[in-house]
Write a protein that binds this ligand. Structure first.
Ligand SMILES: *[C@@H]1O[C@H](CO)[C@@H](O)[C@H](O)[C@H]1NC(C)=O
Ligand SMILES: *[C@@H]1O[C@H](CO)[C@@H](O)[C@H](O)[C@H]1NC(C)=O
Ligand SMILES: *[C@@H]1O[C@H](CO)[C@@H](O)[C@H](O)[C@H]1NC(C)=O
Ligand SMILES: *[C@@H]1O[C@H](CO)[C@@H](O)[C@H](O)[C@H]1NC(C)=O
Ligand SMILES: *[C@@H]1O[C@H](CO)[C@@H](O)[C@H](O)[C@H]1NC(C)=O
Length: 906
């Protein structure tokens, strides 16, 4: 399958803003905002293809190069890939316009169509290293953030019990694709090379690489400028017996550092693929990638290659993503790789917080919910606004005129009713420069107000301060910058991290696969950056699973069968994560937790195997209600088993009366599927297995317009043993889901639209000279992912009815065009002048304007997608987006929009 892409998925892992406010159209930069590397592609060749004159070539790829040259396409080969059975191809930079008269020339991927031996063309997408959701550098061994003796994350997952049996990952090779590693860190052995913990590595990029420039590779994967890879490496491999008691999950494993990020910026698919293939060539048993970006599809080249490597019998662990606040249908790539293990993040049971020192009265330091110390120098008396410690709306309205100047106090405010921002505005109006907000029972949260130090404290500490203040005590607080950290119980310990990305993918792959501890994780930093830090992210959960996988290979034997079964072992022995700490609360949707929090001990030593680990019932149009799984008794004694159903919350993935997806935390309802199991009770002799049939009925009483994703577990109980098979399905048809945003919600004006020279929506026929700023730009948003988005130039008098509201054209019906729609001249009875752009597997947009909020295609020169010039004349833009599961050859599976007349008069 070939996909021609001129611009594509935008990747980001920044938290989305939770407010969907109109963004002014004037803020839209009329510059194409492609997240791909312009004019660069990865081509994959089919080495078994029948090609003309094959014997004249030593390699198929040479024949492909010659065919491309024969089409007058000028290109450079950046890098070749050749790993038989996995990937053969090259990264090319194409220059179809060697003497460009225009600033930007379009890449000529169209010219590569139908070249014999060419299997696929992939755009080169940029991936971010997921920034840690929070980060705190630990200051000293006395720092109370350190968890005594045993690592809480190891206790949560049974790693401590595996260690107690003497397994530490010895003999297992793990390749870490990240920012490099500071191997000079004493807990990572202090050196690199054979015989050390870090046995080797390679730097594919160099310090200066940003993803947008040329890499400068060398043999040294040392990272002392970024730190992410060192934190990841510490989670897997930190030596124990240190003052911090940090212990790697598999600290006897052998680590190789593949450095694919520079000190700043992103990485392209071309480098990721190169590093993945080198990892395989170097004989790694496990490859782990704490990186990715929102995608929704499984087709990026790094996802495709990672999946093939996993299928070939290596374990590949990849971060699920930190986009939980953006809601469902926003999965990350390459975590989407079908056969890789995508890892979600579960909160650590403890949380390190800062403390404020109390003076004037005897009182222990007051913990405040911040990883970094508040930027407050000196000691300040407190000022309390009201004696009423049950006030629901403290500081929600302007403070009374009698309020003194607050500039020399720490103002104590009660949480509740209005936003933190509003409270701070009101106290700032009276001069306040710092504050603490005491909780009203809602629980721990970070508070971040620009240029105003403020943090949350507990209700108890708040009551104490209020009482002291009104009794006349002279209480002051100070906020030390060093060493005053407390390790408090995490009120969300053991629950899903709110930032952890929701699945499923748009093609309904079961993503994420499982969860591991990733929220509030103590590990290493490069020595020059402070040596130790607490960080949060699926970046932290992913190496935890890689370490657990190393223990599994050590215990069960290092072979391709174990590697291929690893995901199922982890899934079927995982522990259900609930929505609240109440153990009877609704289980969290499996679209966020996958099969649950890993139980490493059971995954390694269970005496029953259950397979597969996950059942995909798909949507109503592709519904697979009948499923089977097997249960095998691998014990030496006969065992009786009992099956039962544990439904999880049904996720309402789309907002009510809206085309937009629900923001995270995605709302859940209790309406659950039901299932009939046959048999539901049985006894198995040693070595015996049984196939269980499961017939599902979707939940009743759910509104399909909310795209409810239901899920849950089939529990398999043996004597003292617990397993489960996890299922997921959708009570709606994805083909019904509106893809294109045709509302005015985002910009306050209807889109899609053509922006004119002034940056306004073009309403009337408009001529463009393409001189200076006088060119049209196409602006659109997708409310949902689309497998194919295309923009064509058409004649102005075209007779088509459109599905989306269009200025001056009104609503309409579908028009027809046949497959193939590639090429140029026509589809069905509708003639096109030529294609302007096409995107395969387009991610949906996000509600944050600065983070994948919308797409712009700026036509600053009058050119077709293939780079050839558009003749002067009058035209329209025809925009089409294929619905999910839509058939490219079926007219009714597209949404369409037609622009006002665009005159090209260059
Ligand atoms: C580290 O573990 C040792 C032995 O279990 C314990 O005595 C010590 O207090 C721990 N240190 C820290 C900083 O937790
Ligand atoms: C990296 O960039 C800096 C600043 O532009 C430059 O001085 C340095 O030589 C570059 N290093 C390499 C290895 O290219
Ligand atoms: C769900 O159904 C769609 C449409 O047939 C298909 O493309 C997709 O692969 C299915 N997903 C899974 C995981 O089977
Ligand atoms: C665009 O230019 C053409 C050719 O000069 C002219 O006939 C037409 O009226 C112009 N249209 C507009 C909307 O200005
Ligand atoms: C480029 O595309 C246009 C529009 O489809 C077509 O007319 C033209 O022949 C193409 N040019 C080349 C060199 O293929």
């Amino acid at each position: 399958m070939k996909s021609f892409v001129y611009f594509s998925l935008i990747h980001s892992l920044l938290g989305a803003s939770s407010v969907l406010a109109a963004v002014p159209l004037s803020s839209v930069k009329r510059v194409s905002n492609a997240p791909t590397i312009p004019n660069k592609f990865i081509v994959e060749v089919d080495t078994s293809a029948q090609i003309p004159n094959k014997r004249a070539y030593a390699r198929t790829i040479d024949a492909v190069y010659d065919s491309i040259k024969a089409r007058d396409v000028d290109f450079d080969v950046n890098k070749e890939y050749d790993l038989s059975g996995l990937f053969t191809g090259a990264s090319l930079t194409i220059n179809s316009d060697p003497s460009p008269e225009f600033e930007q020339s379009a890449p000529d991927a169209v010219a590569l169509d139908d070249i014999p031996g060419l299997k696929a063309i992939y755009p080169i997408t940029l991936f971010k290293r997921p920034d840690p959701v929070s980060k705190h550098v630990v200051s000293s061994p006395q720092d109370p953030a350190i968890i005594p003796a045993k690592f809480s994350t190891h206790v949560m997952t049974g790693v401590d019990k595996v260690h107690a049996r003497g397994f530490f990952g010895k003999g297992i090779k793990i390749g870490i694709l990240d920012t490099g590693i500071d191997y000079t860190h004493p807990l990572l052995g202090g050196a690199i090379g054979p015989g050390n913990k870090i046995i080797g590595g390679y730097d594919f990029v160099g310090d200066n690489y940003t993803g947008q420039n040329e890499p400068t590779p060398d043999n040294d994967p040392l990272d002392q400028c970024q730190g992410h890879g060192t934190h990841v490496a510490g989670i897997i491999a930190a030596d124990p017996n240190n003052p911090y008691n940090i212990t790697g999950v598999a600290y006897e494993a052998s680590i190789t550092a593949y450095r694919i990020f520079g000190c700043e910026g992103s990485v392209g698919d071309d480098i990721i693929v190169d590093a993945l293939l080198k990892g395989v060539k170097d004989g790694q048993d496990i490859l782990t990638l704490s990186l990715g970006g929102a995608d929704g599809w499984t087709s990026s080249v790094s996802a495709v290659v990672a999946s093939r490597i996993a299928k070939s019998g290596k374990i590949v662990t990849i971060a699920a993503g930190n986009d939980g606040t953006s809601g469902s249908w926003y999965t990350s790539s390459p975590g989407n790789a079908i056969d890789a293990i995508s890892v979600a993040s579960v909160e650590n049971t403890v949380i390190p917080v800062q403390q404020s020192i109390v003076s004037g009265v005897e009182h222990a330091p007051i913990p405040y919910f911040s990883f970094a110390p508040l930027n407050i120098d000196g000691e300040f008396p407190i000022y309390v606004l009201t004696q009423d410690t049950t006030i629901p709306n403290d500081a929600c309205t302007p403070l009374p005129a009698s309020t003194p100047d607050l500039s020399n106090f720490v103002v104590i405010v009660r949480r509740g009713t209005c936003t933190f921002v509003q409270k701070i505005e009101n106290i700032k109006a009276k001069g306040a420069k710092r504050a603490l907000v005491y909780d009203n029972g809602n629980g721990a949260t970070g508070i971040s107000i620009p240029d105003f130090p403020v943090s949350l404290i507990s209700a108890e500490d708040g009551l104490f301060l209020v009482e002291q203040f009104f009794s006349g005590a002279k209480v002051s607080l100070s906020f030390p910058k060093n060493g005053e950290i407390a390790n408090v119980a995490n009120p969300r310990g053991g629950l899903m991290s709110t930032f952890s990305t929701y699945g499923p993918s748009n093609d309904f792959q079961f993503k994420p696969a499982v969860g591991a501890p990733g929220g509030n994780i103590l590990s290493l930093l490069p020595v020059p950056l402070g040596s130790f830090a607490v960080e949060s992210g699926t970046s932290m959960a992913t190496p935890f699973l890689a370490g657990a996988a190393a223990l599994m290979l050590e215990v069960k034997g290092k072979n391709a069968d174990t590697a291929r079964a690893a995901r199922t072992f982890f899934q079927t022995t995982a522990v259900v994560v609930r929505t609240t700490v109440d153990e009877n609360s609704l289980p969290q949707t499996v679209t966020q937790q996958g099969a649950g929090l890993i139980n490493v001990y059971d995954a390694l030593f269970a005496k029953t195997t259950v397979s597969p680990g996950a059942l995909v019932l798909n949507d109503t149009a592709n519904y697979k209600p009948f499923q089977t799984f097997t249960v095998k008794n691998t014990d030496k004694k006969s065992k009786a088993y009992k099956l039962s159903h544990v439904p999880a919350g049904t996720a309402l993935t789309v907002q009510a009366n809206s085309i937009f997806t629900s923001l995270g935390p995605v709302p859940l309802v209790e309406n659950a599927a039901s299932v009939v199991l046959a048999p539901s009770k049985f006894t198995l002799f040693p070595g015996q297995s049984i196939t269980v049939a499961a017939l599902f009925t979707p939940p009743k009483g759910v509104d399909s317009s909310r795209y409810p994703v239901y899920s849950g577990f089939i529990k398999v109980e043996g004597p003292g043993e617990n397993y489960h098979v996890t299922y997921v399905g959708l009570s709606a048809s994805l083909k019904q889901k509106q893809v294109v945003d045709n509302t005015d919600t985002f910009f306050g004006e209807k889109i899609p639209t053509v922006l004119n020279a002034a940056g306004d929506s073009q309403v009337n026929p408009t001529n463009y000279t393409f001189a200076g700023k006088d060119y049209p730009s196409f602006l659109y948003r997708l409310a949902f992912g689309s497998p194919l988005v295309r923009l064509d130039l058409v004649e102005p008098d075209i007779k088509v009815a459109t599905t989306l509201n269009s200025r001056g054209l009104g609503d309409g019906h579908w028009f027809t065009f046949p497959f193939p729609i590639k090429g140029s001249s026509s589809f069905a009875k509708v003639k096109t002048v030529g294609p302007l752009a096409e995107v395969g597997f387009h991610t949906r947009h996000n509600e944050n304007p600065d983070d994948n909020g919308y797409s712009v295609i700026a036509f600053d020169s009058p050119k077709f997608a293939n780079g050839s010039t558009i003749n002067n004349g009058a035209y329209r833009f025809l925009f089409r987006a294929l619905k999910v599961t839509g058939d490219r050859s079926r007219q009714e599976d597209y949404e369409t929009w037609l622009s006002p007349i665009v005159g090209v008069f260059a």
